[in-house]
Design a protein around this ligand. Sequence first.
Ligand SMILES: [Fe+2]
Ligand SMILES: [Fe+2]
Length: 311
Amino acid sequence: MTALALQTDPKPPAARLLHLSDLHFWRVILNPLHLLNKRFIGNANVALHRRRELLTQQAPAVLDYIASLGVRDVVLTGDFTSTAVAPEFELAREFLCDLVRRGMAPVVIPGNHDVYTFESVRHRRFEKFLGEWLPAKQLPATRPLAGGFPVVYVPTVCPNLLSSMGRIRSAEIEALCAKLAAASGPLLVAGHYPLLNQTYGYVLKPGRRLRGAEALAAALRDYRNPLLYFSGHVHRFSFVCDPISPRLSHLTTGALFRRDHSAGHTAEFSEICYGRAGFEVLRHRLASAWNVSEETPRPAVAQKSIPTKLP
Ligand SMILES: [Fe+2]
Ligand SMILES: [Fe+2]
């Protein structure tokens, strides 16, 4: 890693995107009628942990910094909310509207917390509040960035009774494979769930993994050019080479407003510089001031028990 001075060697705006994830706006719910499902657990988690760990009150200052970078494209890979209630979605929508007011073009996909209960999915709450920034009505979908560089967005979330597992179906993998077959050159692919169960940055417990991750990873490994898969969900930064394909690398970006006591920062996001030659990743972190580090992909660690069955 190399420490960079802020905004030295600026790259053309069309060759950069910002990756934000896991904003987790939260509201403690007091109405017992709204707690008659899995939300009871999520609400307790908000009350006990998230309000101290996820400092969403930093949103205006973080927005100011993001806007100062002069990057048009901003990709947000889900978990805008904590328990998928309307007041949390209103806060997320306000954040996205602020990005737009400052000249940025956000693209969003949902995280598992945005489809936290079956009730929230039935009411299509994510689509109602944030649907205008989805890349398409149905995923997987390809949407080019400014300058035409392609990003493929994959569907990885579903509601669960108790677990935090994700899901990608075989038909969705097939649709992705068709898109990969039609693509050429370096490619970006975005999802909410990471595909590796363990890196130097995180360990993904079985109840928080993606069903179908192995099949999705296999499809990406077959792509013949450099491919960066970027995601969130684990709330930790990591940038690693794929353990099998030398063309594939995996980026997870830490939760935007997360306070990291050991590292001493209170917010973070990634900047991806892309082009015909491949990808570079910069990590922006807020401690006493914002600082930027240039990251290089590290070797993958041995993977244990990746789920093998497609749903
Ligand atoms: Fe998540
Ligand atoms: Fe999250």
